[in-house]
Design a protein around this ligand. Structure first.
Ligand SMILES: [Zn+2]
Length: 437
């Protein structure tokens, strides 16, 4: 099989129209050489972005393969336009040693559909007290640079300070899940009018904002680097704005779902809307969109959190926190940020590929679409739309809050190292569904 491709007639994220000739995994030129034997892909009307890079993905393997595997998440990623995923460490066992991060790295290479960059736990078994083997994970084959206890907050300030100091040695970053545990005991949804009406225990914005404020001050004090996971409140945005103006080395992410959905959806008592951190208010959604447009929030990250049906199709109180994200992320950004003219495609490429690649230090990701660059690309049809069907996802789980919605922006192909991966993922999915009939 030829591994040469000629993508013709597409528009790059900077608005220029260029053909791309791909061979040996790289962008090799802008013309199709005579007798190249390249497979021609008509990209007329399509936008070509550097492949999307997710800095926050729960791939669930090892240990929770009923929810997702590295392979199924990689397929979901390919369908969603991703060429890199970052594996959160809250697996079983927890990725708090060199052995586990190397295992996740290996599973990613075996799946072969995108880069899978392991994130290491900050503390042993995510328990918040003793630092994990941060140095060994950094020195391992996985060369871990991002550390996070995501799902849990590193709430002890002395532990957080030591972690921030430790990662300075190798320009690492601590990605904090900002949630004060004492302010959110048994919390179920955003604290506000809706939570009072529904009688569900509230999750106050201050529980997130107090940790962000503390952490930017700690980061300044030890001159380290902080990344704030999934910001959800207008107040959190203001603290990050203040910290950046002060020169503190902080970056932040927002999820697609927090850019669209609000806490009133909980009135359905459908746990598909139960997520950590919780959906907030219209005012917060507005502030988050503006902050992403402005660059106060640097990136979009999915927080893709698959769960099996028994953990989501149950009573709200008993249900697990989390939503699928990979297959719908780009379309939600098209809906909330591009159609509203808050971002153009160059802005999307920056927020969803180049900036996350810089934060993670990911080689060959988030590049300019130049000759000699690794061909990690996403082709989008911006004029097309599609209907989300939870029964047709590549993920092993079905907990998407967007089921039934008609969304703009169709990923028409994803190239990982010069190989089209979306069609591979779809082919496998088709085979699986035929086998199960
Ligand atoms: Zn989290």
């Amino acid at each position: 099989m030829s591994n040469k491709y000629f993508i013709s007639g597409g528009t790059l994220d900077d608005g220029s129209k260029k053909n791309l000739f791909i061979s040996d995994g790289k962008i090799s030129g802008f013309e199709n050489p005579a007798n190249s034997g390249a497979q021609v892909i008509d990209a007329t009307g399509k936008i070509i972005l550097p492949g999307l890079v997710d800095l926050h993905t729960h791939l669930r393997e090892p240990g929770k393969e009923d929810s997702e595997t590295v392979l199924s998440a990689s397929r979901a990623g390919a369908k969603g336009g991703f060429t890199a995923l970052s594996a959160m460490p809250n697996t079983s066992p927890v990725a708090d040693t060199a052995g586990v991060v190397e295992q996740v790295l290996r599973l990613g290479v075996e799946a072969g559909l995108c880069d899978v960059f392991p994130i290491g736990a900050v503390t042993k078994n995510l328990q918040g007290s003793e630092l994990s083997e941060i140095g060994a994970m950094a020195d391992s084959a996985a060369a871990v640079r991002i550390f996070s206890d995501d799902g849990h907050c590193v709430s002890n300030p002395a532990v957080m300070r030591r972690a921030l100091e430790y990662v300075k040695k190798f320009d690492g970053v601590i990605a904090q899940h900002a949630q004060d545990p004492d302010l959110t005991v048994n919390a179920q949804m955003n604290e506000g009018v809706i939570s009072s009406i529904l009688g569900l225990k509230g999750w106050p914005p201050i529980a997130e904002e107090a940790i962000i404020a503390r952490d930017v001050l700690l980061t300044e004090h030890v001159q380290s680097r902080l990344h704030v996971c999934h910001v959800t409140t207008a107040g959190g945005v203001e603290i990050i704005r203040w910290a950046k103006a002060r020169g503190i080395n902080v970056t932040a992410e927002v999820t697609p779902h927090h850019l669209l959905l609000t806490d009133d959806l909980a009135a359905s008592y459908d746990p598909v809307y139960k997520v950590n951190p919780p959906l907030r208010t219209e005012k917060d959604v507005h502030a988050l969109r503006e902050a992403l447009a402005e660059g106060i929030i640097d990136i979009v990250a999915t927080d893709h959190a698959p769960h099996p049906a028994e953990n989501k199709e149950c009573e709200w109180q008993e249900a697990a926190f989390g939503m699928l994200g990979l297959e719908t992320a780009l379309s939600i950004i098209a809906l909330t940020m591009v159609e509203t003219k808050l971002l153009d495609w160059k802005g999307v490429a920056e927020r969803f590929s180049r900036a996350p690649a810089r934060i993670g230090g990911y080689a060959h990701q988030g590049g300019e679409l130049n000759v000699g660059e690794m061909a990690n690309l996403t082709l989008i049809d911006p004029a097309a739309s599609w209907r989300v069907d939870r029964n047709l996802v590549a993920s092993r789980s079905r907990n998407t809050p967007f089921h039934g919605m008609e969304l703009p922006g169709v990923i028409s192909e994803t190239f990982f190292r010069g190989v089209p991966t979306l069609r591979n993922a779809e082919l496998v999915q088709q085979l699986n569904s035929e086998n199960s009939q």
